[in-house]
Design a protein around this ligand. Structure first.
Ligand code: F6R
Ligand code: MG
Ligand code: MG
Length: 369
């Protein structure tokens, strides 16, 4: 059985009423483009949205970073941008940061997560898409899912899962090349924690089974401001997670999102808010957020996808959503003070920095008496 590749590529190419959601016409244009143009390349595909971001999931046999696959998605987003512009959508084409296509879309604006693998007899996997946050938002749920038996009993129950996982982490502040480190759980747990706490700098890019060597997780790690040289929106990430058997169970992965942990990216990409797990195709609302994450579960057989199961569409998650709303209220009560707002280096606008520069001139050093 030849290997298949899952490619999850997402971009914000325009949305209705600010940063709420793409228009139906925009989604339809992408789907009809792919139906024609992806024939013979994609074995199957699925298109959905989370907040203002459109994600294309494709299945193919061409491996990661494949020029044909990436070009089709790039062209679909280009085509969609024409519709977005024609409809006057907000931020039309905003994540397409380069003019000419150069081999693959990595570093051109869209977020990319890809895994190549040999299909298991049953191949369940999850796709996550988050809006109004950045890739570091997945650090905590992935740490809990793959390194903490308090979340994942499979780590003590299954002799294979017990062998642990290898985490590949990227330092996204280094822009000259990819700067990566690999750490293994459970032995390197404290080093792992020391890196993963810094979600704006160290981001999990991939996770591998130590028992079989297989890749289990792939996360997009784009930093849009590193590409554009200035802030052009948050780096709303996507992630693929394979589940069950030798990997954590779907429910263990989902459980790690119960905390609705605080992440960067609320209002103007400059505030902290709880990551609220939402149903598929959910819009954005309160305070341009809260930062949200969707999860669709699939199975794939010989390259053909099932329909998605909406993993956060269950009464349990209504309670988590209530908790997240409460957490959002709590942090919003203190407005721009302290940890409610991001540090200077992460603000999406330059206003505060410019103000400080102006005020710096007015500061006086008090003379010692
Ligand atoms: C992410 C997103 C935000 C915006 C930010 C600034 O999807 O939409 O990060 O980029 O809120 O938006 P503007 O420039 O419209 O104020
Ligand atoms: Mg946006
Ligand atoms: Mg977005």
């Amino acid at each position: 059985m030849a290997k298949i590749t899952l490619s999850l590529i997402k971009a914000d190419i325009g949305s209705i009423g600010g940063h709420i959601k793409p228009s139906s016409k925009l989604i339809e244009s992408i789907c009809s483009f792919l139906k024609k143009q992806a024939k013979g390349v994609f074995l199957d595909f699925y298109v959905g949205f989370t907040g203002d971001d459109i994600a294309i999931l494709s299945v193919h046999k061409k491996g990661p970073l494949n020029e044909k696959v990436h070009k089709i998605c790039w062209d679909a987003f280009k085509k969609g941008t024409e519709i977005a512009k024609a409809q006057g959508l907000y931020g039309a084409g905003q994540d397409l940061l380069k003019e000419a296509f150069a081999g693959n879309v990595k570093g051109m604006g869209p977020a990319v997560a890809e895994i190549e693998f040999e299909e298991r007899p049953a191949e369940p996997f999850l796709i996550f898409a988050a809006d109004k946050t950045d890739p570091g938002a997945f650090n905590l749920p992935l740490y809990l899912s793959f390194a903490d038996p308090m979340n994942t009993p499979g780590l003590i129950l299954s002799p294979i899962i017990k062998k642990g996982f290898r985490f590949r982490i990227i330092d996204v502040s280094y822009t000259k090349a990819d700067k990566i480190i690999e750490l293994e759980a459970p032995e390197d747990l404290y080093d792992l924690a020391a890196l993963l706490r810094d979600t704006e700098r160290f981001v999990i890019e991939g996770i591998f089974s130590r028992a079989t060597g297989e890749q289990v997780v792939s996360v997009s790690t784009t930093r849009l401001h590193n590409i554009a040289g200035k802030y052009v929106g948050k780096d709303d990430p996507v992630m693929i997670v394979r589940t069950q058997k030798n990997f954590p169970a779907t429910g263990e992965i989902l459980a790690s999102f119960s905390i609705a942990h605080y992440v960067a990216g609320f209002m103007r990409g400059s505030h902290i808010g709880p990551l609220i797990p939402v149903k598929k195709n959910s819009p954005i609302s309160y305070f341009d957020g809260p930062p949200q994450v969707s999860c669709l579960a699939f199975c794939v057989k010989r390259g053909k996808l099932t329909e998605p199961a909406d993993a956060f569409d269950h009464p349990y998650w209504e309670w988590v959503r209530d908790e997240a709303a409460r957490k959002a209220q709590e942090i919003r009560r203190q407005g721009f003070f302290g940890p409610a707002m991001l540090p200077m280096s992460e603000l999406e606008y330059t206003g505060v920095v410019e103000t400080l520069n102006e005020l710096e001139k007015k500061f006086k050093i008090r003379k010692k008496k």
